[in-house]
Design a protein around this ligand. Sequence first.
Ligand code: CA
Length: 243
Amino acid sequence: MYKEKILIIEDDVQIQNFMVYTLENAGFLVESAFNGKEGISKLIKSNSDLILLDLGLPDMDGMEVLHRIREWSEIPIIIVSARDQDREKAEALDDGADDYLIKPFSATELMARIRVALRHYYRMSHSMVKDQPDDTVYVNGGIKLDNGAHIAYKDGNEIHLTPLEYQLLLLFMQNSGKVLTYHTILRKVWGEGYGEDTSVLRSVMASTRRKIENNPAKPEYIETEIGVGYRMKEYEPSKEVES
Ligand code: CA
């Protein structure tokens, strides 16, 4: 059976040990690097499937490591950092990180984020090969989106969405479990060059929530990641129907 290999770039020995232990127990192969240079050279030499990257490294900033890797690799990268600053989180995500975990985090949290990142990566590479329109039926909890028929359902009942609400919901269904920054959402739904004005996004989000949430003030589906963007909670079992 194929074992996925995870590369951890982290100088804190205790956190390294915790992650190595958690991942090996979950059946992954693990490789450790304790600074940025070592991390990059290990990535070049071995075929890793995902990277856990600390931002505070002894030889270079983790953001620089992220930028260098993104010059030639699309490998999923999850930032693990003690820096809980919205601007920095958003910047890392906009610059190509797939997710962001704030230390300290639990083994369960770590595993959940890794599963989401790997699944999205495989789905992305799969759809690039397919090269055909996405007529997937997306299901998450009580929300179903039939992208071939262009119809959305909540708890089995059809809901009527405006074109922007539909595009917004589609983006979240395609990326359930993943945090999406304001910047990413604006670019994907409103297009390149729309700018960074989030007021329209906020209002379309509010109207979408009124249609998909039981209580829009306490969203069960699309949660706010304060200062960063939004994340659609992923409900198990996800019964995605392949097209
Ligand atoms: Ca560190």
